[in-house]
Design a protein. Structure first.
Length: 275
């Protein structure tokens, strides 16, 4: 009996020693993360996971390891780590969101879509999941589905800027131009210093065959963000469509001056020179 107790005590002592070592390594790994010593942190997390492969806390460690690897540009390894984390805790919303985001970075939108759907099943009020699922719908030209998700976002967060912009763009894609224009008008009133909204409305106005209004919006956008080369490319395109070749050429040259690649505008420059 004494021998059995002694063995049990030894085992308990070993367990405590192992636990201390595990905790100490985790602390060292987190300290390395705080110091931005990512390579060291990665090595320490791997050491911890080898030390106690069955520890219940390993799901969180795999998730942390995945985030570190992602920051290091090791996307394939990060994906494996996130998946190992989710194998242990399949209903973890933060882990699902991390993996979905990585899937998007790796150009796997279908896999990201599945993870975002799982998040929404677990948390029907999750803003991030709706935002990115709507984005995926937009890239697939599933505009009605995107509209449903943007409306859900507005139900959850009334006035959400991302959802409002999304709704305006969706309506534009569905050729509901007046609805789109009305929303852009409201957005520009609410965010008058956002040059990107003026550019977006200008694109819509071109589609609505009101290029002069588009030029006015682009002029306002340029006053807010004078170093945005794309604004001048858009102006050049409008001038070219109106037959104003000299103005088009000047706009394209301004875009190049601001850093826009000349080879991408070479054909437009030639067209602008023709008389």
């Amino acid at each position: 009996m004494k021998r059995i107790v002694y063995i049990l005590i030894l085992c308990l002592g070993c367990s405590q020693l192992s636990a201390q070592t595990y905790d100490e390594l985790v602390t060292r790994a987190m300290d390395a993360v705080e110091k931005d010593s990512l390579r060291q942190a990665e090595g320490l997390f791997k050491e911890v996971l080898r030390l106690e492969p069955a520890n219940m806390r390993n799901a969180l460690l795999f998730s942390n390891l995945g985030t570190i690897q992602r920051r290091m540009g090791k996307n394939k390894e990060a994906l494996e780590s996130y998946t190992l984390a989710l194998n242990r805790t399949p209903h973890s919303i933060p882990m699902l969101l991390n993996r979905a985001s990585l899937y998007l970075d790796m150009n796997y939108p279908d896999k990201a879509y599945v993870d975002y759907c799982d998040v929404i099943d677990l948390d029907p009020q999750n803003v991030e999941a709706y935002q990115f699922r709507a984005y995926i719908y937009m890239t697939k030209r599933q505009y009605q589905d995107a509209k449903v998700d943007y409306q859900k976002l507005l139900d959850i967060v009334p006035g959400d800027q991302t959802a409002r912009i999304g709704m305006a763009i969706v309506n534009q894609k569905l050729h509901r131009y007046n609805e789109s224009l009305e929303e852009f008008n409201r957005l520009i009133v609410d965010y008058p210093k956002d040059a990107s909204l003026l550019k977006a409305r200008a694109e819509l106005e071109v589609e609505m065959n009101t290029p002069d209004l588009a030029l006015l919006d682009l002029e306002s956008a340029a006053s807010l963000n004078p170093n945005d080369a794309e604004i001048y490319v858009m102006c050049g395109d409008i001038y070219l469509s109106k037959g104003l070749k000299r103005e088009a050429y000047s706009a394209f040259e301004k875009a190049i001056e601001l850093g826009y690649p000349r080879p991408e505008l070479q054909d437009k420059l030639k067209m602008s020179k023709k008389r």
